[in-house]
Ligand binder design. Structure first.
Ligand code: GLN
Length: 318
């Protein structure tokens, strides 16, 4: 991560140390799959998750979190090299289940046609193609994304997901495929001009995100105090609260911020950036074979320009 200012350095140190689980609660009733609703107790039912892209419900594997799925090298004909060497274990045979929160454009959202779309969705599809697996997207609260992979209910976490030391304790990450910065959205006539003006203001964030952790920390640690930060189920909810004057600003990743500002009159993004972050794909610590395969596929897609062309399709140069 790259520090944008001195205050950010202190904040970031705390961000890294902060507990994500403490603020990753799941409160929205809009979760559309079974994923994330149960705990890993006993570790026996992970394969029973329903999928959103197909109506079928699979039978739970009777043993451990990851059902044994073998992808032979021949079925993964598009991949060269070692990406699929050996057996790949996924939660359901022949499928790659992606945990996401599809309310984070341009990385993931539900399009007008009802299908999932966005940078993460397209990169994940390319990875699945390379591995000879069918991509299944499981939409859930952001707060459940990491846990679902950690507990073996989902294969990969792809949700504009920032790599943090705290998350690294729970899941492994691939190499990074995108960078982001936290920014501040304010009403056009706001008296908030810089990060320093946030003291004592009512700040809105999406729950469980790095932006929330960053802002809700104590002032001694460079945050603004938990009592000044409201966690909303989605960024869109936070922006709605801003538009109705319930909060003074929203702190969120820059690309979703740009979309919210473009879609809503009277808002602007301050010219101040907090912290630069890296997005990567999360994989269970218990599935090193899948981590390697996904990482190799991602690296190939980065090397041949596919990842960049997908990003360019959704993010136009300023
Ligand atoms: N990048 C932020 C994080 O990882 C926000 C991600 C999101 O809201 N989908 O916490």
């Amino acid at each position: 991560m790259k520090m944008k200012n001195k205050a950010a350095a202190g904040l970031l140190a705390l961000l890294m140390a902060a507990s994500l689980t403490a603020c990753g609660s799941s409160s929205s009733g809009s979760t559309t799959t079974a994923a994330g609703e149960t705990t890993a107790a006993g570790g026996t039912t992970a394969a029973a998750a329903e999928t959103t892209t197909s109506a079928e419900t699979t039978t739970a594997a009777d043993t451990t979190a990851a059902a044994e799925t073998t992808v032979s090298a021949s079925s993964a004909a598009q991949t060269t090299g070692a990406a699929t060497a050996g057996d790949l274990k996924t939660v359901e045979a022949g499928e790659l289940h992606m945990a996401t929160n599809a309310a984070f454009p341009p990385y993931e959202s539900v399009g007008d046609d009802g299908n999932f779309e966005g940078i993460d969705v397209e990169i994940a599809q390319k990875i699945a193609d390379k591995l000879g697996l069918k991509l299944v997207i499981d939409d859930m609260d952001f707060g459940s994304v990491v846990t679902s992979v950690q507990t073996g209910k989902e294969d990969i976490a792809m949700a504009g997901l920032t790599v943090t030391d705290e998350r690294k304790q729970n899941i492994d990450f691939t190499d990074s495929y995108a960078t982001a910065v936290q920014v501040i959205i304010v009403p056009e006539n706001s008296d908030i001009k810089t990060v320093d003006d946030l003291q004592g203001k009512k700040i809105g964030c999406q729950e469980g995100t790095t932006g929330y952790l960053y802002c809700s920390d104590t002032p001694e640690n460079g945050g603004y105090g938990e009592e000044n930060v409201t966690a909303f189920p989605s960024g869109a909810n936070a922006v709605q609260a801003l538009l109705t004057g319930k909060i003074d600003c929203v702190v969120i990743d820059n690309e979703p911020a740009k979309q919210y500002v473009a879609e809503n009159e009277g808002l602007k993004i301050l010219d101040t950036e907090f912290v630069s972050e890296e997005y990567a794909i999360g994989v269970s610590k218990d599935n090193n074979g899948l981590l390697t395969a996904v990482n190799n596929a991602l690296d190939e897609l980065k090397a041949d320009g596919t990842v960049q062309s997908i990003i360019d399709k959704y993010i136009k140069a300023d």
